[in-house]
Design a protein around this ligand. Structure first.
Ligand SMILES: Cc1cc2nc3c(=O)[nH]c(=O)nc-3n(C[C@H](O)[C@H](O)[C@H](O)COP(=O)(O)OP(=O)(O)OC[C@H]3O[C@@H](n4cnc5c(N)ncnc54)[C@H](O)[C@@H]3O)c2cc1C
Length: 381
């Protein structure tokens, strides 16, 4: 049986960030990953300021930064009246080393994190199948037949992972009532939409469209009706009609990729069961609006990495429970309500609501949208 101090299930951005942060604190870790390699799926696009602070602290940000898109201003715009509002994230200078959003594919981050880990601590093809825990530690059995023992195990194995269930932690789940159509275009939408930097929300009286500039293209995001099939949503005539509604001047733009994904809302009812802890999608799922869920998972990882070594070093387990309770409160009281309110925002009123914010209210909005008020919750004092 292989022994280490901390076992991590899942080599997504959260498990790898946790592994690196623990390693840098001198903790021996092993990451067990179900797949045969890192996921190359196109998922998260958005990195918020405190996440950039964390990646900088981990030493992986500098080489990645030039390949991403820096977004200084967010635009809200009515396509019918032309009314607009803008928030400049530069107002966050002084609170973070990175007062901007940064857009880069999630699958560009994970190899950088993995490459920074000590050789041999990441094991592929080793999906966790079984768990046993006792007063001294945790034993995990993986799909490749290997068995691993450690003082703690952390489930960073995502929404479909095994550790939460094996540890007997229930989840509260309810799907949002919509799915999302994502279109990719090489057209530089800054040439089409006045005032657009790297992120824009376009509205008419009843609907909206999000525009995100990525390193190689732009993402256009539309909600689709529950009764529409994925195939109908992706069909050329439907895609063109959605573009024409919000960007009539660019209705013929090249579409180089399209997909549909569902957005789910879920929360584990606890972050800890004995010597098993959770972080990232294993503990929480939100709507992708606002781009918060991976970011919050990385904040789970960074705060846990600051807490766990103390407990390994002899501090009372109560410290770990404090971390678990704090992060659960972040999800319940801020992460989910915050994304819910964005999903529920009235298209007819959103631009005027944002335009009416005072400078002090803009600062509060930017701080909350960036999760600067949440990222360090759970850090030991
Ligand atoms: C289209 C889309 C856009 C998104 N945009 C954003 C965004 O802009 N900003 C944002 O913050 N979030 C965004 N998200 C959410 C983000 O992708 C997730 O929150 C993020 O991937 C969570 O990371 P994770 O490491 O917790 O889980 P995952 O990335 O799901 O990684 C879990 C890993 O565990 C492995 N695994 C599963 N089961 C086991 C097992 N039994 N044993 C071992 N390993 C296992 C999996 O193979 C996987 O590698 C988006 C999601 C989607 C779908």
């Amino acid at each position: 049986m292989d022994e280490t101090e901390v076992l991590i299930a899942g080599a997504g951005p959260v498990g790898l960030a946790l592994a690196l942060a623990l390693t840098q604190r001198g903790v021996a870790v092993r990451v067990l990953e179900k797949r045969e390699g890192l996921s190359a799926a196109s998922r998260a696009s958005t990195f918020h300021p405190p996440t950039l602070d964390a990646l900088h602290e981990l030493g992986v940000l500098a080489p990645l930064l030039p390949g991403g898109v820096r977004v200084d201003r967010i635009l809200w715009r009515r396509v019918d009246s032309g009314a607009a509002a803008t928030i400049d994230l530069g107002i966050l200078a002084g609170e973070t080393g990175f007062p901007f959003r940064w857009h880069r594919e999630q699958q560009d981050l994970t190899p950088a994190l993995a490459a920074a880990l000590p050789a041999g601590c990441l094991r592929f093809g080793a999906g966790v199948m079984a768990l046993a825990q006792d007063a001294a530690g945790v034993t995990l059995r993986a799909a490749d037949g290997s068995t691993h023992r450690a003082r703690y195990a952390v489930g960073c194995d995502g929404a479909s992972g095994a550790l939460r269930g094996l540890a007997g932690i229930p989840a509260e789940t309810n799907a949002y009532a919509h799915r999302v159509l994502r279109l990719l275009t090489p057209l530089d939408l800054r040439q089409v939409v006045p005032g657009l930097d790297g992120l824009g929300y376009l509205y008419d009286e009843t609907g909206s469209c999000s525009l995100l500039r990525m390193p190689r293209n732009w993402r256009l995001i539309f909600r689709i009706a529950p009764e529409m099939s994925d195939a109908e949503a992706m069909a050329e005539d439907h895609a063109r009609a959605r573009i024409a509604r919000f960007l009539p001047q660019a209705a013929g733009m090249e579409i180089e990729g399209r997909d549909v994904y569902g957005v789910t809302r879920a929360m584990a009812t606890a972050y800890r069961a004995g010597r098993v802890l959770l972080a990232g999608d294993a503990a929480h799922l939100t709507n992708t609006r606002g781009g918060m869920n991976m970011n919050a998972g990385i904040h789970d990882a960074m705060t846990l990495a600051a807490t766990l070594p103390r407990v390994l070093g002899g501090a009372p387990e109560q410290l770990l429970q404090g971390w678990a309770d704090s992060r659960l409160a972040v999800v319940r009281e801020a992460l989910l309500p915050r994304t819910d309110s964005r999903v529920a925002a009235s298209p007819a009123e959103e631009v005027s609501r944002m335009a009416a914010l005072t400078p002090a209210e803009q600062l509060v909005w930017a701080r909350e949208a960036s999760m600067l008020d949440l990222a360090r919750v759970g850090m030991p004092s």
